[in-house]
Design a protein around this ligand. Sequence first.
Ligand code: 2M8
Length: 447
Amino acid sequence: MGPGDTPPADTAAGERAALVAVARATLDGNWEHDHTVPSRTLYPHQWSWDSAFSAIGWAHLRPERAWAELTSLFDAQWRDGRVPHIVFNPVVADDAYFPGPAFWATTSVAGTPRTATSGLVQPPVHALAAWHAYRRAPSEPARAALGRLYPRLVAQQHYLSEHRDVGGAGLASIVHPWESGLDNSPAWDEPLAAVPTEEAVLRAYRRRDIVHAAAAHRPTDLDYARYVAIVTAYRAAGYRDEQLADRHPFLVECPLFNAAMGAAESALAHIAREIGADPGPHRQRAAAITTALVDRLYDPTTGTFHARDLRTGRLTRARTVLGLTPLILPDLPTAQVEAILVEAGSPRFGLADRMTRPLPSHDRTAVDFEPLRYWRGPSWMNINWLVRYGLLAHGHPRLAAGLGASMIELAATAGCHEYFHPDTGAGLGSPAFSWTAALLLDLLAEM
Ligand code: 2M8
């Protein structure tokens, strides 16, 4: 049976119950006292945007864990408002993950929490996730938790707009590919190639990821050498953001990161109204970010959004799935919504009312499309969930249903893997991955 076909009611109910059980077992297995690890093997600490997605899943199972998850993450917020992309669990050995806490050395930096963290951030999807989780399971304790989170979410946005607007046009820059969440996306190839380094740098370290996953499915050693070089530069400057343009080797405006920042303001407007605060300023900021995103990152000649490399001033050429994600902005103008639908529906991505496989992470027709390698081709549940969210927000329920059915089919066949082969649907990376389970639960509740 293919995605979109209707099974008999009892089979459908049985399959659904089995899927819910798999997702629940995955999240339960990855729960760690106050947060969910993305994967017990590959990622044994707390990751920022993973926690946001996990919270959405917990809202369906145990809402108190959704709020514990977000609260523990924001407990590690830095004084400047940045929410670190990794919060290290002190009981896990330093060498269980590379780069571990000793490499980041954040605890000696002023304004950081006692807990060791990384010094980078990730796409700010937390306000959107918090609002979504709240709507899935509203209650008085949930509203109280939302109220406590609100000023911290506002501070997170403040950090990005005040410290990271390196281009001066109202968008935030990422200072490392890890901040995008799509670590080795072809979108970073051009800016990354300009980062001076040699593979030999890695001789001083030991990658842990390729102990747990196939090297052919992960970023290359040269990628890692550059990742290390960029962190080293940022760390040497005490993770400060002043004069980044004069000294930092990687500065990029990412469409997803900025779309998340705009969508966060829209979500904050809803949260503000719910808890009795003023939604007005959030609405204004959402509109301003949307306008800046269209001005800076939309290319009318390709009809999609691209990343802008601040070191060259140019848009990077790759047409990746990042280009579709501004759909999560509720105020995105109709012209750009229509353009994204054309791009998504093209053979590059294959969005349709009935589709066999979810969106790949990169243009299927590109010469550098790699179906096995991490963010250079495989399908990922979180990005598909975000695009589907945007399709619903812009009134395209049939496309959202087609995409959702293909996502459920993927997990039903392969399990809660980290990512999936974009043609065969085979599971890749970690076999018990939290955001896949969490977002599957959310989809199942809706469809
Ligand atoms: C991946 O990134 C980490 C570095 O942050 C890694 O490869 O070690 C990415 O898929 C990222 O988006 C994700 O948050 C993280 C944990 O799942 O893994």
